[in-house]
Design a protein around this ligand. Structure first.
Ligand SMILES: Cc1ncc(COP(=O)(O)O)c(C=O)c1O
Length: 226
């Protein structure tokens, strides 16, 4: 059977050698006598898989030691809630609305605190990135939120916004690993992995350690705390 070239934003086509290696390991993952889908997610064999994945990502992105790398469930959309739940200490955050995904994140954040739309390109159907050099950043904003690459509209930040010292949070779902990034410019970089890295449902969160604290919004479920 011929393979289809699935040119979707994601999930999309994967390299054949990757698929073949996964297929070969499906009956016996490296001498364990079972596939990765059958082994305990607490086993030594699995620990090695996840630790290697983390190290590979750290090497590729040059992630500093004071950032944690989290492999989580719920896709990128779950982060629309987890970010305000965990980071809104003052209950305030500034959002730059450059597309549907930034808008969804903004609407979700409004459930948890005061989310301000400080810039938007909705007036021209999200066809541009607004000038972000001198935005009215809220004095008590816990973070400034962007969607770095707009999957639907194709616009992308060429320079990161001037957050005036506030923590930058970026959804990089559709530009993850597509270019070198300076991780230190962000407090949180996250993305659903189905476009550039792995299967749908997994989200990678790269978060500066000092942003992981106990004083999350009251009622935040334990499993939704970073
Ligand atoms: C930029 C961006 N953010 C978030 C999402 C939502 O991702 P998920 O389906 O993993 O929740 C998408 C999905 O395509 C996206 O393109």
């Amino acid at each position: 059977m011929g393979r289809v070239y699935n040119f979707s934003a994601g999930p999309a086509v994967l390299p054949e050698e990757v698929l073949k290696e996964a297929a070969e390991e499906m009956l016996d993952y490296r001498g364990t006598g079972m596939s990765v889908m059958e082994m305990s997610h607490r086993s030594k064999a699995y620990e090695e898989i996840i630790q290697t994945a983390e190290q590979d990502l750290r090497d590729l992105m040059n992630i500093p030691d004071n950032y944690k790398v989290l492999f989580l469930q719920g896709g990128a959309s779950q982060q629309f809630a987890m970010i305000p739940m965990n980071l809104m200490k003052n209950g305030v955050a500034d959002y730059i609305i450059t597309g549907q995904w930034a808008k969804k994140a903004y609407q979700e954040a409004k459930l948890y605190g005061q989310a301000n739309a400080i810039a938007s390109s909705a007036d021209k159907t999200f066809s541009y990135i607004p000038d972000c050099s001198d935005l009215p950043i809220s004095e008590n904003a816990d973070y400034v939120y962007i969607c770095e690459n707009n999957t639907i509209y194709g616009t992308k930040y060429k320079t990161l916004p001037n957050t005036k010292g506030k923590t930058l949070v970026a959804d990089v779902s559709s530009c993850f690993l597509s270019e070198p990034v300076d991780v230190t410019k962000y407090g949180v970089i996250y993305g659903g992995v189905q476009k550039n890295i792995g299967p749908a449902g997994v989200v990678i969160v790269i978060i500066r350690e000092d942003l992981i604290t106990e004083d999350v919004l009251p009622g935040t479920p334990t499993m939704l705390r970073y």
